[in-house]
Design a protein around this ligand. Structure first.
Ligand SMILES: C[S@@+](CC[C@H](N)C(=O)[O-])C[C@H]1O[C@@H](n2cnc3c(N)ncnc32)[C@H](O)[C@@H]1O
Length: 219
C-alpha cells in the first residue's frame, strides 16, 4: 500500500475539535445514527466493542436504542478517552458503556469476548491494520461479526453529486476535497489489507455505501 502520512492517536486540541465537528456535522451525525440503527437491528443484548470510539457518540446512540447491550469503546488517544468518558456520564449511560485506552493492535480482552465489533472512521488511522484485524478476530465469539466503516476516497462522480445534493455544496466541498484527502481509504487499499495471510475471517465482504465503505467480516 502506498505510504500515506498517518496520525494514529488524535492528540489534544485535535480531540476537542474533532468531537465538536462530529457532534455538529450532518454527514458524521447521519453516519453515527445509521450505524447505530444497523447495529441494533441485528443485536439488542450481548457485548459490543467500538474500536477507535473517539468521543463515543456511536456507543451513546447504540445505548439509547438498546439499553441491554454492554458496550466497550476503546481509543488510543487519552484525550479522546477523557472526552468519551465525560460523554457517557453526561448521557447517563456509564453503567453499560465503558471507555478505555487501548490500541486496536493489542486488545486487552480475552478470546471470544464480544458478539459484535464495530468501528467508524478509524481504519484509515491504523498503522498496523492487519494486526488490528487479527486482534478483532481473536476477541470475537465464533460466528461473531466485525463491521468496519470508513470514508471512501475512490467514489464516482455520481456518488459525489448525490452527496452534494444531500448536504449542499459547502459541506460537500469540505468533505469530498479536504477531509477525504487524508482521512479515507480506497477499495484497493482495503483489498491489500485483507490479502494478508494473518487475517482469518471465514467471510470478508466490502459493502459499497456511497461515500462510505463497510468492511463486513465474519469469524
Ligand atoms: C476520526 S476518529 C473517529 C472517531 C469515531 N469513531 C467517530 O466515528 O466519530 C478516529 C479515532 O481512532 C482512534 N485510533 C486511531 N488508531 C487507533 C488504534 N490503533 N487503536 C485505537 N484507536 C485508534 C483515534 O485516536 C481517533 O480517536
Amino acid at each position: 500500500m502506498k505510504r500515506r502520512f498517518k496520525i494514529e492517536s488524535i492528540p489534544n486540541p485535535g480531540a476537542r475539535v474533532y468531537s465538536w465537528i462530529a457532534r455538529k456535522s450532518p454527514p458524521l451525525r447521519d453516519l453515527c445514527i445509521e450505524v447505530a440503527e444497523e447495529v441494533t437491528s441485528k443485536i439488542i443484548a450481548g457485548r459490543i466493542l467500538d474500536v477507535g470510539t473517539g468521543p463515543a457518540y456511536l456507543p451513546v446512540e447504540i445505548a439509547k436504542r438498546a439499553p441491554n447491550l454492554e458496550i466497550v469503546g476503546i481509543d488510543l488517544s487519552p484525550a479522546m478517552v477523557a472526552i468519551a468518558t465525560k460523554n457517557a456520564e453526561k448521557w447517563g449511560i456509564s453503567d453499560h458503556v465503558r471507555v478505555q485506552r487501548a490500541n486496536a493492535a493489542d486488545l486487552p480482552f480475552e478470546d471470544g469476548y464480544f458478539d459484535l465489533v464495530v468501528s467508524t472512521l478509524s481504519l484509515h488511522h491504523w498503522l498496523r491494520p492487519s494486526e488490528c484485524l487479527k486482534e478483532i478476530n481473536r476477541v470475537l465469539k465464533k460466528n461473531g461479526e466485525a463491521w468496519i466503516y470508513d470514508a471512501r476516497r475512490d467514489t464516482t462522480k455520481e456518488v459525489n453529486a448525490q452527496f452534494r445534493e444531500r448536504y449542499g455544496w459547502l459541506l460537500a466541498f469540505v468533505f469530498l476535497n479536504l477531509v477525504r484527502a487524508h482521512s479515507s481509504i480506497t477499495v484497493r487499499e482495503i483489498d491489500e489489507i485483507l490479502s494478508s495471510p494473518e487475517i482469518r475471517f471465514s467471510r470478508k465482504t466490502v459493502v459499497d455505501k456511497g461515500v462510505i465503505l463497510k468492511l463486513q467480516l465474519v469469524k
